[in-house]
Design a protein around this ligand. Sequence first.
Ligand code: ITT
Length: 190
Amino acid sequence: RTLVFATNNKHKLEEVQALIGDKFQLKTLEEIGCMDDIPETGDTFRANASQKSRYIWDRFQIDCFSDDSGLEVDALNGEPGVYSARYSGSRDSEENLQLVMSKMKGIGNRSARFKCVISIILDGKEYLFEGSAEGEITDERSGSAGFGYDPIFKPQGYDVSFAEMSAEEKNAISHRARAVGKLVEFLNQQ
Ligand code: ITT
């Protein structure tokens, strides 16, 4: 079975393909010839996830899903949140990570979470799945695996950042893994 994954983020694609296994073949936007800059103007992860999958459905009428995700830091009132991909004004993930680190300098409350919302559209009908991973923002960056804010996020119960974990370790506990787990369970019932 083929599903289009409406993302331009190759790290998401790798993580999700590993989680979904070979029962479902994921097609990229590039593979369906979609080079559009898909609008993302919502102020929640759900709204943005819906917007991305709905865009592809409206344009191609093919079954598809999207992932909208990000980091919520309590001491920053939930920022960067839906602005995670361009918090500093640029899509450079290093600059975005540095901005969170500098805003968190000297702040005692380090609690944060990653969230992931998946919107899937099958025959025009939408279903939503969510996952989150609790943790804290570290003082220093560490590790080079993963992407985005992984080097400064230490999941609860672990002494290493997401970026110090193998892909398998991160995929056992991440926000994305939890949302994809629910998606797969749903797809298996279809
Ligand atoms: P698409 O919209 O094309 O899927 P994107 O990267 O723009 O790709 P989002 O708008 O959902 O995706 O922004 C998600 C951002 O949140 C992402 O760019 C990272 O900065 C951050 N993020 C999400 N999941 C993450 C993870 O597992 N590890 C580290 N950072 C993550």
